[in-house]
Design a protein around this ligand. Structure first.
Ligand code: SAH
Length: 239
């Protein structure tokens, strides 16, 4: 039997959210090729009592609700086999999606693709998650950007997509991550396809020239131009 290269377990109170989201394109293909296995877990199933409560009011007062510890600890125990962080098997990462975490970037996606074989993504809701989850279970607190979502689910999708496409053999021959934006510190160069003339807008001549050296030069130039215009910060970081 072929071993999966990467396993991703998502913990959420809205499993339906993920019903089809991983069933398209590269992610779907990677699942079929057994490069990745993705499991969605309903946190409610790990909650106790007849009401299966996953959240409760915050100690100290204030608005909203907070995710309780118990269901998350039980879910982690089930998917990893332990909720003692020091006993996690090697290459296991327990990620809390949170606006307060390390900001997710291509380099972080690469780090996970290269250095993890089991990723657990905890999706919060409401005011967030009881801090003891962070203290005891989480290896990485990750934010997808400086804005607040109503739940961690969209963030879990973003991480899964960006990480899985970097796994060996996940991209078919028709795509490559090499020139993708951020992989080499630059944005990607502009792409064109048929027709050559679309409502009077022409494809740049150089791309039709067949001169590969010229084309390479043009593409580097354009990538640099675009980066300078929109993301100067990327160039400054290079130094
Ligand atoms: N009160 C919290 C925000 C809670 S938002 C705070 O100010 O920090 C509810 C949930 O959405 C969070 O628990 C988290 O799982 C998710 N979330 C919100 N913004 C996010 C972001 N930028 N990146 C990743 N997850 C986010």
């Amino acid at each position: 039997m072929l071993a999966f290269r990467m396993k991703i377990d998502v913990l959420t109170i809205f499993p339906e959210f993920f019903r089809e989201v991983f069933d398209f394109g590269i992610i779907r293909r990677a699942k079929l090729a057994e490069i990745v296995e993705i499991n969605i877990h309903d946190l409610r199933e790990f909650a106790e009592g007849i009401h299966r409560k996953t959240d409760d009011r915050p100690f100290g007062g204030g608005d909203g609700m907070v995710f309780k510890c118990e269901p998350i600890f039980s879910a982690i125990e089930k998917v990893i086999g332990t909720c003692e962080r020091e006993n996690y098997p090697p290459l296991t990462r327990v990620v809390l999606l949170s606006p307060q975490g390390r900001v997710f970037k291509q380099s972080v996606a690469k780090e996970f693709a290269d250095e993890a074989s089991h990723i657990i993504l905890i999706c919060g809701r409401y005011e967030g998650v009881d801090e003891r989850v962070n203290d005891a279970l989480v290896t990485d607190e990750i934010s997808i950007g400086d804005y607040v979502l109503s739940g961690g689910e969209p963030a879990a999708i973003v991480l899964t997509d960006a990480i899985v496409r970097l796994l060996p053999n996940a991209l078919g021959s028709e795509t490559s991550a090499e020139n993708d934006s951020f992989s080499n510190g630059l944005l990607d160069y502009p792409h064109y396809t048929q027709p050559r003339d679309f409502r009077g807008r022409q494809v740049p001549d150089v791309l039709l020239s067949g001169n590969h050296a010229e084309i390479e030069r043009w593409r580097s130039e354009k990538a640099l131009e675009k980066t300078e215009r929109f993301r100067k910060d990327l160039l400054q970081k290079e130094k």
